[in-house]
Design a protein around this ligand. Structure first.
Ligand code: DIG
Ligand code: MN
Ligand code: MN
Length: 375
């Protein structure tokens, strides 16, 4: 295979991170079994480091199997920390699996059963402790089972009250232990539940405002999830950033109107992905460039690393296009002309304004040609 240009080779300074579950995805789907062998977290750390990644992220049970004994936990953590040190990788984010075990089949924090809610909150607190032990500064909470199929079974107002109680207990846990950690909540409209509560990043931002410690809680928008809701990730991420609430991000891609595909970053929607990179780079987002995606089921163990390379490389190619956008005289010429109009102070002439031509056709064509490498 032709060697890839050095210009787009990732380095740790790019702060790319991957979930253990992403490259470790074995290719199961509702109609087919695993196509790849399990991937050891130790191999993942070594391989991602060699590819230029900055860190890995994990659910509690991606690393510590449910039901592991204290001694098993200690050994797993010892080996994992050694690998992180040997390969100079960080763990900027930890999350909790509140969706795989059958106990969560009707919800975790929003379960109607108090004992299940209590178990879920305690499991999340232990995952926060694990994150602290690994040096994570962000705890992501994705409520994949917080939802419903039968609305007769639960009043969404009760679900909100229980969700709030759970998150408030997590912020109390962080404050009591003086952990330097923040919580980032991740929205998704559906799948695996027929409807998931707090379906979009916008809904999450409204919910966060009702918490005891809203300053400790932000959002972790996922591109695929906003697109599943028919929304424009550039706008969702922009709203979060402007509100000071973009605490983390899940980068991937998604074809419209399909199940959660978690595709390789920018592998479907190049222009939309370009604007996401533009928002992160121009908007001064300081967090890791985190990929929550997985390789196609078609891929073998080698193809997994093609997937990881592709995520990072395309981000860097688009970051270079963001730089070219800022340097492009024609694009900037149109934008500055629009800016002078925006500040006009002469007498308001409704018909004149109604007749204005905004040059958006020309502007968007220039962006398309920039992305196609035609300018
Ligand atoms: C799914 O999009 C969710 C889970 O993978 C995880 O809880 C979170 C981490 O970014 N994203
Ligand atoms: Mn997803
Ligand atoms: Mn995600």
């Amino acid at each position: 295979m032709a060697s890839q240009s050095d210009k787009f080779q990732p380095t740790k300074a790019d702060h790319f991170t991957f979930g253990l579950w992403t490259v470790g995805n074995q290719g199961r789907d509702p109609f087919g079994d695993a196509v790849r062998a399990p991937l050891s977290p130790l191999v993942t750390v070594e391989q991602l480091s060699k590819l230029g990644a900055y860190g890995v992220t994990l659910h509690d049970n991606d690393l510590i199997p449910l039901g592991a004994s204290d001694s098993e936990r200690e050994k797993i953590l010892r080996d994992f920390k050694k690998a992180l040190s040997d390969y100079d990788l960080r763990v900027p984010m930890v999350t909790v699996n509140l969706f795989y075990h059958p106990v969560f089949k009707d919800g975790a924090f929003t379960s109607s059963m108090a004992p299940i809610r209590r178990y879920a909150i305690d499991k999340a607190k232990k995952a926060i402790d694990l994150g602290q032990e690994l040096g994570a500064e962000t705890f992501v909470l994705w409520g994949g089972r917080e939802g419903s199929e039968v609305d007769a079974a639960r009043d969404p107002r009760d679900a909100m009250k229980h969700y709030r109680q759970g998150v408030n207990e997590l912020t109390e846990h962080i404050l009591k232990n003086r952990y330097p950690m923040r919580i980032a909540m991740e929205a998704k409209p559906n799948e695996p539940r027929s409807d998931i509560y707090l379906a979009t990043t916008g809904a999450m931002l409204a919910f966060i405002a009702t918490l005891d410690h809203p300053e400790m809680v932000g959002v972790n928008p996922e591109i695929a999830h906003e697109k599943m809701a028919g929304l424009n990730p550039y706008h969702s991420i922009g709203q979060a950033l402007e509100a000071g609430k973009l605490f983390h991000i899940d980068l991937n891609d998604q074809k419209p109107g399909r199940y959660d595909q978690d595709l390789r970053f920018a592998s479907d929607d190049l222009k939309g992905s370009f604007y996401v990179v533009k928002m992160l780079e121009d908007g001064g987002y300081q967090g890791p460039r985190h990929f929550d995606a997985h390789p196609y089921r078609s891929e073998n163990a080698e193809g997994v690393w093609d997937f990881a390379r592709g995520c990072m490389r395309t981000y860097l190619v688009l970051k270079d296009k963001v730089h070219k956008f800022a340097q492009d005289a024609e694009i900037q010429g149109i934008l500055s002309e629009l800016k002078t109009w925006s500040e006009r102070e002469d007498a308001f002439d409704r018909d004149a304004w109604g007749a204005v031509g905004y040059q958006y056709e020309k502007l968007d064509q220039l962006v398309v040609e920039l992305l196609l490498g035609a300018r």
